[in-house]
Design a protein around this ligand. Structure first.
Ligand code: NAG
Ligand code: NAG
Length: 484
């Protein structure tokens, strides 16, 4: 009975919250409370509104649920015409009909202003897999399928996004292209292309050359899947997500322009994935090539992330493949990933310290890294600071110290505990007969250290110093073997 359930929820919820706060402390309780409350409210929303849906309207699915933008006056191939007006009319008609699909046929549709995809409406184009257009530097818009040309918002980095997706709204099967961007010059700022809300989704979409691509702020259970493109400043920005956010099969690669003038911003300031607060963010098969930072975990006013990053990679990150300024105490689990971090003079001459995984002094959360390949040239592989716990297990470490400065693969510069186990160090750390530690620690570090069951190449250089050169909580270097 609806009434009974509601009362039960009301009675049980505070009880749960008391138990939760007693067992995990106040700040954790606040977050769990947020999640439970959100779910309870949704359950109530469904009960109130779910049953009011009447019987299905008669006729075929197409007649009743699909609206064609052409029937509302949309015009392909006319750059001076603003398709925002007819598209919005079609989207509003779909909403008025009780939700449905707004169909975008093949063609190039120009937009001088923004659109909103209403609650329960899907804006759909022709693609059923993520397209990737090798535009080169010709800068001509893609010609096949549903192509949306965005010209509005030029010069306004914090302006209104091109498309705002409301709750349960979807954008699917389209290519987004900024025709006024110049592939041979520094990118011009534009607002975010897409802004998501609770439960909205972006599927089979290409952002050929957005300045800032997708914003998922306050977008609980966002679903971003099968998305390709070359965003220059920010790929996807996630924050204030209080229930599981999902990103899957996303690939950012310089298909639009590899011109040094265009690439410089991306390589020195561009970040493919930026994550503020998300209460379990699931990230699967994400890839970013040629950004300053591949995956950036930050603290915002809303908090930080606890999440899973798996089967993902960031290659040729100029600053860091993964930069963790803050993750939550429940942590970030990095599994089965691959990272490289270096600055190539072929792309942009920048003096930068390229480290594949950086746990910054600000971090107090937990980071576990397993079965991950740190490969490709880098200055150093990992730098671990802060006051959290960090572990590496089953990883491969190779090709670090490209500048031959005698740097370790891993520098422990803080953290209350660091564990490196069951990993393979593929290179000897020697330069013309002088050898350097594969793992080192700075004077700032005083946490517990465990280095065990690893295989080193050539020799184990001075790992004993890890435990002897500074007193720490406890320190164990044991069961490591060498292959010559
Ligand atoms: C990358 O490193 C450079 C040089 O240290 C710095 O100026 C720049 O702000 C860094 N970029 C990011 C996104 O952290
Ligand atoms: C970087 O500098 C080198 C040496 O001066 C030059 O050959 C190369 O073209 C430069 N790269 C870029 C992207 O400007």
């Amino acid at each position: 009975m609806p009434g009974t359930t509601r009362i039960a929820v009301r009675t049980i919820l505070p009880l749960l919250l008391v138990l939760v706060s007693l067992s995990v402390g106040m700040s954790s309780a606040r977050r769990v409370q947020g999640r439970l409350l959100a779910r309870a409210l949704e359950a109530r929303h469904d009960r109130w509104h779910g049953s009011s849906v009447g019987p299905a309207r008669r006729g075929t699915t197409e007649q009743n649920s699909v609206t064609n933008v052409l029937d509302h006056g949309a015009r392909a191939g006319d750059g001076s015409f603003d398709n925002a007006v007819p598209f919005q009319a079609a989207l509003n008609a779909a909403l008025a009909a009780g939700g449905g699909i707004v169909w975008v046929p093949a063609g190039q549709f120009t937009f001088h202003s923004s659109i909103t995809v209403p609650v329960g409406v899907s804006l759909e184009g022709t693609y059923r897999a993520p397209p990737a257009h090798n535009v080169g530097e010709g800068g001509l818009p893609p010609t096949h399928g549903s192509v949306l040309l965005v010209v509005g918002g030029r010069g306004e980095a914090s302006g209104t996004p091109f498309a705002t997706l409301k709750q349960d709204a979807t954008l699917r099967g389209v290519v987004l292209y900024y025709p006024d961007q110049d592939p041979k010059a520094a990118p011009t700022p534009y607002p975010f292309t897409l802004s998501l809300s609770v439960n909205s989704a972006v599927i089979d979409v290409e952002g050929v050359n957005p300045y800032q691509f997708i914003s998922a702020v306050g977008a609980a259970r966002h679903y971003i899947a099968r998305v390709y493109g070359q965003p220059s400043l920010i790929g996807i920005y996630v924050d204030d997500v209080t229930d599981i956010g999902r990103m899957i099969d996303i690939h950012f690669n310089p298909w639009y322009s590899q011109h040094p003038e265009y690439m410089r911003l991306q390589l020195t300031r561009g970040r493919a994935f930026v994550l503020g607060r998300s209460d379990w963010q699931f990230c699967t098969r994400l890839f970013a090539f040629a950004y300053s930072v591949g995956f950036h975990f930050i603290e915002t006013a809303a908090g930080a992330t606890n999440g899973i990053l798996e089967e993902s990679g960031a290659d040729m990150a100029y600053n860091a493949s993964v930069l963790i300024e803050q993750v939550d105490v429940w942590g970030l689990q990095i599994a089965a990933c691959e990272f490289t971090s270096f600055a190539s003079p072929q792309w942009a001459n920048v003096s930068v310290t390229s480290i594949e995984l950086v746990v910054a002094p600000t971090n107090s959360g937990t980071v576990t890294v397993s079965n991950t390949a740190f490969w490709g040239p880098s200055y150093s592989i990992a730098s671990v600071a802060g006051s959290g716990m960090v572990s590496f297990s089953g990883c491969t470490f190779t090709q670090w110290d490209v500048h031959h400065k005698g740097l370790p693969a891993v520098t422990i510069a803080g953290a209350t505990a660091v564990s490196i186990t069951d990993s393979l160090f593929l290179q000897n750390n020697c330069i013309s007969g002088t050898c350097f530690s594969q793992i080192d620690r700075t004077r700032e570090s005083s946490g517990a250290i465990m280095v065990a069951n690893n295989i080193f190449t050539g020799a184990i250089h001075n790992l004993v110093a890890l435990c002897s050169k500074r007193s720490s909580d406890s320190c164990l270097v044991i069961n490591n073997v060498v292959r010559l």
